[in-house]
Ligand binder design. Structure first.
Ligand SMILES: Cc1ncc(COP(=O)(O)O)c(C=O)c1O
Length: 423
């Protein structure tokens, strides 16, 4: 740390030397502020705009013919996006499809894999994003399995992270599925997907993952790691806009798993318009689509995947790691009242940093009012996500400098009597 330079000019030097800086111009930062919330909602950009406008033009010019005549045909949106998402998550094209939302995909895949499994239990962890538990509990209940008995919740030793050993201790021969996040939404811990998959397979269980906080910022190797299934959203680091279409992956060895939430969009394309009342599922991951693809929620992703491909997912990860490493060093150097709740090792760190402070809610609001957009995750985390697509080192420096200023002036206390919340 001795040679760490915490000055603003050093931050500028880092920006001047950084790769990927050209991407920033493709995005719009509201009010020219400092946007550190790309892990909640990625920023609007010209690539998403262009792709969305194109779909609107096709609607205007082609009407219903756009389902087959647009380029690519709307009918094939899920599969064409899936082909491109496969490169982002390390899968074969047939193993990925853009469809539904994250929560719906958890319902669809956990339910289907529960039916296909020998065991009856699903192993999750206590630090998960709540929607995962809601969906899994309801899928267990729908099968007559009491969620209080069959949802096995791994506990955290430190309230921030989950160890692979603790997951291993929870898995046994009753386990049907080990379902974990790739990155914890609060602390930003990155899980070892390969090790977790291996320990699930040792007990003949399936391994599934929620990639919401890693897709587009951390490269994956889902196929090679033998991961059975995964789900994600496109509105965080993939920047495809609020409520954008979700994505899913199913390993080719599991193409025989039958969708338990069947719908006509998952039918084999060749027979979909025969309109037979018997479901004839597609022979790959596309079988897990349910209803008509939401064209305007999917179109922006064509544009934002251009950005991912132009930058390269490995380069995005390198830049993200440099930004979070720099942020952690600045917190250590300038904010002794705060602690870093995110693992420091690069291989255990996702794309954001949990800056902990006992009054994190008030501090988050004070930061937002000064143009630094972060979010608060109770009880004590200010989540800071320097998205590598549009955040630079000087932005990180400014965020920490404003936080230093707020704490010095006790400016956050001004919010103590006002009970508005930060989302
Ligand atoms: C880990 C995780 N899963 C799921 C979701 C949300 O799911 P959905 O896209 O269905 O709203 C979030 C939202 O932030 C999340 O952090």
């Amino acid at each position: 740390m001795d040679d760490f330079d915490a000055s603003q000019s050093a931050a500028r030097m880092r920006d001047a030397e950084a790769s990927l800086t050209g991407l920033r111009e493709r995005f719009t930062t509201p009010d020219d502020g400092v946007y550190m919330d790309g892990n909640s909602l990625g920023l609007h950009g010209e690539d998403a705009d262009r792709a969305l406008e194109r779909a609107v033009d096709q609607w205007r010019e082609l009407g219903i013919e756009a389902w087959t005549e647009a380029d690519p045909p709307w009918f094939a949106y899920g599969e064409r996006l899936g082909d491109r998402l496969a490169d982002v998550v390390g899968a074969l094209p047939a193993e990925c499809v853009a469809a539904n939302s994250t929560t719906v995909n958890i319902h669809a895949l956990v339910g289907s894999f529960l039916d296909a499994a020998d065991g009856t239990d699903v192993v999750v962890n206590e630090l998960d994003f709540p929607t995962d538990h809601y969906a899994i509990r309801s899928q267990l209940a729908a099968r007559g399995l009491d969620p209080d008995d069959h949802l096995v919740v791994v506990e955290s030793d430190d309230g921030r992270t989950i160890s692979t050993d603790a997951i291993a201790d929870a898995v046994d021969d009753d386990t049907a599925i080990v379902f974990m996040p790739s990155v914890l939404y609060r602390s930003g811990q990155l899980f070892d997907l390969e090790a977790i998959t291996e320990l699930a397979h040792d007990h003949d269980a399936f391994a599934g993952f929620d990639l919401a906080h890693s897709v587009g910022v951390v490269p994956h190797d889902l196929h090679f790691d033998g991961v059975d299934f995964a789900v994600w959203c496109s509105y965080k680091y993939l920047n495809a806009g609020p409520g954008a279409i979700g994505g899913l992956y199913v390993h080719e060895d599991n193409f025989d798993v039958e969708p338990s939430l069947a719908g006509w969009w998952g039918n084999d394309d060749a027979t979909q318009f025969d309109l037979d009342t018997r479901f004839d599922p597609a022979e790959d991951a596309s079988a897990f689509q349910i209803g008509t693809v939401p064209v305007f929620s999917a179109a922006p992703l064509f544009g934002t995947l251009d950005v991912v491909e132009a930058a390269g997912i490995d380069q995005l990860r390198d830049h993200s790691l440099s930004l979070t490493r720099y942020l952690i060093s600045l917190v250590d150097e300038r904010l002794p009242e705060c602690s870093v709740g995110t693992p420091r090792e690069a291989e255990r760190r996702g794309g954001h940093v949990a800056v902990e402070h006992p009054e994190a809610g008030l501090v988050s609001r004070a930061l937002r009012d000064r143009g630094v957009v972060v979010d608060y995750r109770p009880p004590d985390v200010v989540r800071v996500a320097p998205s590598p697509y549009y955040v630079g080192f000087e932005d990180v420096w400014t965020a920490v400098d404003e936080l230093r200023d707020i704490l010095d002036a006790d400016a956050h206390r001004a919010y103590a009597d006002d009970d508005a919340t930060v989302t």
